[in-house]
Write a protein that binds this ligand. Structure first.
Ligand code: ATP
Ligand code: MG
Length: 232
């Protein structure tokens, strides 16, 4: 399920915040979305998911145009947001979190990822299935949030700064899990991150935006050969 974003412009009210954004992500691949504070990274994710309208441009997932669909239908097509902060229900147990999200995401084609498969993919969550999500560590909560995001039929994960508030060793562990999940399930991902060195260990491609415009787009290898700091 290739995600193709072609010259998307969007913003708030009459004000365009991101202009003519284009990129492509193949299944199982991860693209980093870097940029300074206020560059428009979250605005791009909101436009992809349909939380704000696009004023021009197209968004296609395996050839299906999404840019005019409501959020619910984009989620059905497989776009999934891992929101900033902890995307879990803190007052529910791990098992209850999985049950609630499973009920809302039956998935398609019989190939859907179930709650029990999530527990198989993340043994650390299986060990804590009775724990209240809000009582778990930040790293465990982010792993649960990732598990919730892949229930059903995910195609493309929109990951909004998943490392915020995590200790460095937990960041590396979470990123390794994200990478493993994407490769194993053939799910693509957009990773918004300020922890650039850690993100570079798992991403295939890099898009850098500055005041709403693409200033760099290249492979991991090209990014490493480039002095990207001049783009921030
Ligand atoms: N709800 C909103 N209404 C109006 N303007 C907004 C809104 N949200 C963001 N903006 C503006 O859009 C621009 C881009 O913001 P955005 O949140 O996309 O940046 P970002 O790259 O995600 O930044 P950060 O790294 O701080 O999360 C900023 O100028 C911001 O003030
Ligand atoms: Mg943001």
């Amino acid at each position: 399920m290739t995600l193709v974003v072609d010259r998307v412009t969007s913003g708030y009210g009459d004000r365009s915040v991101v202009a003519e954004i284009s990129f492509t992500i193949e299944p199982g691949r991860i693209m980093a979305l870097f940029g300074h504070n206020g560059a428009g990274k979250s605005t791009i994710l909101k436009s992809l998911l349909g939380l704000i309208p696009v004023s021009s441009g197209t968004i296609t997932l395996d050839g299906h145009n999404l840019e005019r669909l409501p959020v619910t239908e984009r989620v059905e097509h497989g776009l999934r947001l891992l929101p900033e902060g902890r995307g879990v229900f803190p007052e529910l147990t791990v098992e209850e979190n999985l049950a609630v999200v499973s009920a809302a995401n039956p998935g398609r084609d019989g190939g859907a990822i179930t709650a029990s498969q999530v527990l198989e993919l993340f043994p650390a969550l299986a060990e804590r299935r009775q724990a209240l999500a809000g009582n778990m560590s930040g790293g465990q909560q982010q792993m649960l949030a990732l598990g919730l995001a892949i229930i059903g039929s995910p195609r493309c994960l929109l990951l909004e700064e998943p490392s915020v508030g995590l200790q460095p060793d937990l960041v590396e562990h979470l990123f390794a899990q994200i990478s493993r999940i994407c490769r194993e399930l053939g799910v693509s991902a957009i990773l918004i991150e300020h922890k650039i060195a850690s993100a570079m260990k798992i991403v295939d491609d890099v898009l850098i935006i500055n005041t709403g415009e693409v200033v760099f787009y290249g492979s991991n290898e090209e990014t490493r050969r480039t002095d990207i700091w001049k783009f921030f």
